[in-house]
Write a protein of this length. Structure first.
Length: 133
């Protein structure tokens, strides 16, 4: 009889204390995990580069010759999200961003000029510049 009472007591303990505790911990972890994904922050790696847009207003920088999706994400992480910001950017700074990401083969020499043409709506001049290169 005593063994049966001990088993019942363990079951009662599991059902009244342990199960809700584990469920609560799982729910807390799930909420924390989904909120960190939504906000784009990664608390596990300090100093990591966020590869999501830093601003609400972004433009498609891949329209510039030489900028693909990966480089566009790097520029967004560096705070360059619009053609006007890219037009105002220093070429040496752009080279540093690419070098830090290990993309030394890409030359950003004409990106500010191209971005200025796109920002001002001079699409014909942009096509002429692309044909020259």
């Amino acid at each position: 009889m005593a063994k049966r009472d001990k088993r019942r007591a363990r079951r009662r303990l599991r059902s009244t204390f342990l199960v809700p505790l584990v469920m609560g911990l799982l729910f807390w972890w799930w909420r924390r995990h989904t909120e960190s994904q939504r906000s784009g922050s990664d608390d596990r790696v300090p100093g990591s580069i966020r590869l999501e847009p830093a601003m609400e207003e972004t433009e498609d920088l891949t329209r510039i010759s030489g900028i693909g999706p990966k480089v566009s994400q790097l520029l967004l992480a560096a705070g360059i999200a619009t053609f006007a910001q890219l037009a105002a950017a220093d070429v040496d700074n752009l080279r540093r961003i690419l070098r830090d990401a290990g993309l030394t083969m890409i030359d950003p020499g004409t990106w500010p000029e191209q971005a200025n043409l796109v920002a001002t709506g001079q699409w014909d001049e942009l096509e002429a510049l692309d044909c020259q290169a």
